[in-house]
Write a new protein. Structure first.
Length: 251
């Protein structure tokens, strides 16, 4: 089983429309530096699960024969936009797992198409999605009800914390107890900048606070990338800048 990051950018993505800073200019000429909406896919022997669905090209590459479900962190548009296309497919019912949100996003609940939004998750309650994968939703701070996820394989644990403005003590305790190998965390801004998302100075301490072996930064904005051009991450290799397409083995 593995997790592949299908997007590591914040809502504007990189390159940002109309911007010609160093980060955006580099991304226009080198595909390796593009950052699409923060999202991932989890590949298991049972099939593929999408982790957030902000990419609007899902219908091009999310094979309906292998797609087993969608796991949502929350219902902001940059995390669900791809569902507006997917829902009109003629595939079988696709379960959508996520937090309780009475408003959802736009008219997804009213016109779900082939999407099944009845699979609401409860905080801290473990849910087995297939034989080799269990998830535990942990509430994290954001401007809308948002879950991070502890993703358990047969032997290893990865934690995904996109769109995070902090982690409460209960969620932090549950994450530490899971003994994560990797934590993938929102880090949208340079130090001491921004709101509703973590800045670099608030994200870096999570490596030790959550007991992870490695910390990968995601949901990255162009201002952070520009900052890191002259302020590199620690040299010990335990804190890393994620890239679109990065693949991590869970087992």
């Amino acid at each position: 089983m593995y997790i592949r990051l299908t997007g590591t950018g914040n809502a504007p993505q990189i390159p940002v429309y109309g911007c010609y800073c160093k980060s955006c200019s580099r991304a226009r000429v080198d595909e390796n530096y593009r950052r699409r909406p923060a999202s991932a896919e989890i590949q298991t022997s049972a099939g593929r699960f999408l982790l957030d669905a902000g990419r609007t090209d899902l219908a091009d590459w999310a094979d309906p024969k292998t797609l087993k479900g969608v796991i949502l962190t929350h219902y902001h548009m940059d995390h669900v936009a791809g569902l507006f296309h997917l829902r009109w497919g003629v595939a079988g019912s696709i379960p959508v797992f996520g937090p309780s949100d009475p408003n959802g996003c736009d008219d997804l609940y009213a016109h779900p198409g082939c999407l099944d939004f009845t699979h609401t998750l409860e905080p801290y309650r473990e849910r087995r999605l297939c034989e080799e994968m269990t998830i535990i939703p942990v509430p994290i701070k954001h401007s809308k009800m948002t879950f991070g996820y502890i993703i358990k394989g047969r032997r290893e644990v990865v934690v995904y914390l996109s769109d995070c403005d902090g982690i409460g003590p209960e969620s932090a305790s549950v994450i530490r107890e899971s003994m994560p190998k990797v934590v993938i965390v929102d880090c949208s801004f340079p130090p001491e900048v921004g709101r509703n998302h973590l800045s670099l100075d608030r994200a870096l301490p999570l490596l030790d606070e959550l007991g992870a072996q490695w910390l990968y930064l995601t949901h990255i904005g162009h201002d952070l990338e520009n900052y890191l051009l002259s302020h590199p991450l620690p040299e010990d290799g335990r804190i890393l800048l994620a890239r679109d397409g990065l693949t991590l083995n869970i087992d």
